[in-house]
Structure formats: C-alpha cells, structure tokens
Design a protein around this ligand. Structure first.
Ligand SMILES: [Zn+2]
Length: 324
C-alpha cells in the first residue's frame, strides 16, 4: 500500500471577500506599505459616465484610455474606450485585496463599458467581444489584449473553432458561479477553452506552448488557460502602482493516491473549477507504457509494475504496485 502526497503552488484559498481599496488610489494607506507607490495623479474621471469625455490615446499620465485588440486584420486596430472605476458600481466590483501583496492582483482601475460596446465586435479574427465578456454578467469588463492575441494563436494552431466558455468575470459574477476569491477570470487574463474533438490535455499543451502561465484540465472537458504572470495591461491597470511585475500566485493543489479492493483513486483539492481531469498510465517492469486511461478510478492491467496519474495538469503521482 502506497500513498504519495504532492503539493504544488502557494495560494491558500480564502472565503473572505474583502472590500476593494478605494479606486485609483494605490498609494493610499492600505497599499502603500506593499507597493510603495507615488501618489496617484490620474487625470481620468472617477465618477459618472465619463466615456464621452475621454479622448483616445494617452491620458497624460502614461495610462491608456482605450484598449486595443488584434482585430480581424490582426493589426491592433480594434479599440474600445475604458472608463475609470467608480465606487458607485457597488459591491459587484469589490475586488479582494491583492493576494499576499502580489502586484498581479491589483484591482483594475479602468474597465470597458459593455453597455457601450458592440457584443459582436471582432476583437480577433475568430473571436467576438461577447465570447470574452458580456453585459449580462456585469456592465463593466476587463479583457487584457495580450490574452486575445494568445488565444487567437491557440486557435490558429488548432485550426478549428475554439470555444471560450468563460472569459472575464466581475467579482460578483465570479462568486455567483462558484469561482474562488482570486480567480484570474476577474483580472481579464483567463479563458476557459474547449475544442470539439480535442482532449483537454492536448489543448492545455497548446496553451502552454503559447505562453500560458497556468493551465488546468477538468472533467467537464474544459481547459483553463491564463496568462497571470504577464505584465498587467496599462489600459486597465495602474501599472505604476506596481514596483515590479510579481509572479501571480498559484492555487494550492494537493492530491493523494489511494488504493482499495476496487482499484486506485486520486482525491484532489485546490482545483477551482470542478473535478480535475485525471489521466492514468500503467508501466511494465521495463518502463514501457502499457495503457493510458482517463477517469476517477483506475484498475491497472495485470502486467503493470508502476502507475502514474496526472491530476488536472497540476499534480503527478506515481506508485509501485505491490500485492493488495
Ligand atoms: Zn477558468
């Protein structure tokens, strides 16, 4: 009987939904010790419907007032105005305090007004705006341009339709769908992808090949890909508030191999979006692969000397087989 425990990553989940810090004041009391920032000198409006007053280009403090996307011609010409966060939006947009002070978890300070944007806007050759964010999930949204580019890269490599099952989630919507406190979907750099006829594993490989910083596979068939370590986009974030780009924290993943009379299981914790996909492999005494299977429970063939299970692309466990 052998049980192995492996833990990767460093984020413990917290149920506490903290009030977001005051908008656009990263140098305020709560954050100054963490980010050591200069006082905010944003010229952007902070109240009301300011989109009509914003000019395109630069706000004057180096931050963009529009977010530009790849677009159908791949020339970055599809731009959407962004508006400053306003506290009047209420609890739906209360972000948690940055995880362990990580600058990658700064709350966005600017958002796209989705009531003002065409849902069918082609943000990339194969993707419309509404696939990433939609007003019915919350009026304001964050979609970092580099993610649209990387997902289009994935689409180009796949050569077939790639469904974005979930893109941006406001904090309220994220909570509603059971997302964890620090889900990257709230920061506009995550996408849950699905390709008909392609395994979640294969899709995870393609995301990783296109720079995804974190991937996870789920039994539902979707692959979560995010680019959490990439520099935050200045259209949405007060990047001057970050002393340096910090590494985005990872969820704490844990899994253990267990064996009973009916076979092997690998109970796991820390997967944000459901049961992770488990892929089992059995090896003979020479290390040759005998078979590979997916599922929650596994019974290796008689000739197997060793088994391995990959749990959601985040934990790998192995065991030598002994007599029951
Ligand atoms: Zn996801």
């Amino acid at each position: 009987m052998l049980g192995l425990l492996l833990i990767a990553g460093c984020v413990a989940e917290s149920d506490a939904r903290l009030r977001r810090p005051p908008p656009a004041r990263p140098g305020g009391e709560e954050d100054s010790a963490v980010f050591d920032t200069a006082p905010d000198d944003s010229h952007l409006e902070e109240t009301g419907d300011s989109s009509s007053e914003l000019e395109t280009g630069d706000s004057g403090d180096g931050s963009a007032v529009e977010a530009c996307y790849l677009g159908p011609g791949r020339d970055g010409s599809i731009c959407l105005p962004v508006v400053a966060y306003d506290v009047s939006w209420g609890e739906d947009y209360y972000y948690p305090d940055p995880y362990e002070g990580s600058a990658q978890y700064l709350p966005p300070v600017r958002f796209v007004d989705l009531d003002d944007a065409d849902p069918m806007l082609e943000v990339a050759p194969n993707f419309a705006l509404e696939e990433y964010m939609a007003a019915w999930k919350g009026r304001w949204g964050v979609l970092q341009p580099h993610v649209v580019e990387r997902v289009q890269d994935v689409r180009d490599e796949v050569g077939a339709p790639v469904a974005v099952n979930s893109g941006y989630r406001s904090p309220a919507y994220n909570a509603e769908v059971g997302g964890v406190t620090y889900s990257r979907h709230q920061y506009g750099d995550a996408a849950d992808l699905d390709v008909e006829g392609m395994s979640a594993d294969e899709l995870a490989d393609i995301c990783a090949a296109h720079g995804a910083d974190y991937v996870a596979t789920y039994e539902t068939g979707h692959t979560h890909c995010d680019w959490r370590d990439h520099p935050l986009d200045p259209a949405f974030y007060d990047v001057s508030a970050a002393r340096a780009v910090a590494r985005g924290a990872r969820p704490l993943h844990a899994a253990i191999l267990e064996r009973d009379a009916r076979g092997w299981t690998a109970p796991a914790d820390g997967f944000d979006e459901g049961e992770p996909l488990r892929r089992w492999s059995a090896f003979d005494k020479d290390g040759n692969v005998l078979e590979t299977m997916e599922g929650r429970r596994y019974s290796p063939p008689p000739r197997a000397h060793r088994i391995r299970v990959d749990v959601g692309r985040q934990v790998v466990l192995e065991a030598e087989l002994g007599p029951l």
